[in-house]
Design a protein around this ligand. Structure first.
Ligand code: NDP
Length: 329
């Protein structure tokens, strides 16, 4: 008898009504790929919440195992870069959207999509970072490329108590930036200060329709929220500054004007983690290994088991999750 493993499977009926079930699968049920991995840790990202709740059309192949990232050990490989026993990380590439994802005991993917687990990091640590944390690192790298270094002035992080935000606050403060954390959860101020925020502001300050230009408050920012929040962040960015935009937790729209761009030379830096080239991924994970304090990482993550994934998916879409969730398989 082939060995079975548990998997979460999202299906759709003839009326396009979505349902979620836990099922037993074997390796023969997995999709094509040249590397099979025993999944040891995964996580619940905002996108996974959208996929499981069906709140946005993340899933584009039915039925599907969701889960956009995992860390684990190679079981078998016909890819030249990977051998059984190698420790690997997977983020993005459509996994958990069009290709069977992380919420199963085994995953089979293309070897080209994998990166090695950084030295000194466990699969659990890597998933405490997860796609949210790796995206936060991509945002920091984009700001640096644009010359927004700590001496340029404060940087704002929106959605700060969420996954991207918490890791961005930690990394930026470790690098010496004066971090202004924007949150809708005032009770999370001590948590954000503990992660390294120098100031905590209320999300409400950035929630109203933005003026074309407002008082200059920061040299740059990491925005996980979009909509009015991003418009306000742009209008408050000082001359020559830059904002890395990666998220839409507050909305997909961007009700802004060209004023920050043409009158203050502000730049809007778009960040995508899913199709980021391998060299960029390797650099982001290398930087995570050097610039993210593992103690802070532990303080911003909560561990659950496979059985807790579906509830956590609902909670993250409801804005109830603080920091990062790690799923130990
Ligand atoms: P989380 O849910 O962990 O964090 C989002 C945070 O945004 C919340 O914690 C909350 O922070 C804030 N927020 C939620 N709803 C609203 C609202 N209506 N208005 C204003 N603020 C709100 O999600 P992640 O950190 O995992 O992801 C953040 C965003 O980044 C998501 O949109 C996600 O899809 C996107 N993303 C994009 C990637 C890319 O490749 N571009 C990769 C990874 C994530 P607080 O309580 O502090 O206010």
């Amino acid at each position: 008898m082939p060995e079975t493993f548990k998997a979460i499977l999202v299906s759709r009926d003839a009326e396009k009504k979505q349902s979620v079930a836990v099922t037993d699968l074997t390796e023969a049920d997995l999709m094509d790929g040249d590397v099979t991995i025993a999944v040891e840790a995964t996580t619940v990202n905002y996108k996974d919440g959208l996929a499981i709740t069906g709140k946005a059309p993340v899933i584009r192949r039915w039925p599907l195992i969701p889960g956009i990232d995992f860390a684990g050990t190679v079981v078998s490989s016909s890819h030249p870069d990977w051998r059984a026993g190698d420790k690997v990380i997977l983020n993005g590439w459509g996994v958990g959207e069009t290709h069977f994802g992380a919420y199963a005991g085994r995953a089979r993917v293309k070897g080209d999509w994998l990166v090695p687990l950084p030295q000194g990091m466990s699969p659990h640590d890597a998933m405490a970072v997860g796609t949210a944390g790796y995206t936060a690192m991509l945002c920091v790298m984009a700001l640096e490329r644009h010359g927004i270094l700590p001496d340029r002035g404060p940087v704002v992080v929106t959605g700060a108590a969420g996954g991207v935000g918490s890791v961005a606050v930690s990394i930026l403060s470790s690098l010496g930036y004066h971090v202004i954390a924007s949150t809708g959860r005032n009770a999370e101020s001590p948590y954000l200060i503990n992660l390294g925020a120098a100031e905590v502001i209320s999300r409400d300050e950035l929630a109203q329709p933005a003026k074309p230009l407002a008082k200059e408050r920061w040299a740059g920012g990491v925005d996980a929220v979009g909509s009015h929040t991003l418009a306000n962040v742009l209008s408050m960015t000082s001359y020559g500054g830059a904002v890395a935009a990666c998220g839409l937790a507050g909305g997909m729209d961007l009700p802004t004007s060209v004023a920050p761009f043409i009158l203050r030379g502000v730049s809007l830096l778009g960040i995508d983690s899913v199709m980021a080239p391998k060299a960029v991924r390797l650099e982001a994970w290398r930087r995570i290994g050097t610039d993210l304090d593992l103690q802070k990482l532990a303080s911003l993550s909560t561990t659950i088991g496979f059985d807790g994934i579906i509830d956590a998916a609902h909670d993250i879409v409801g804005g109830k999750i603080r920091g990062r969730i790690v799923v130990d398989m």
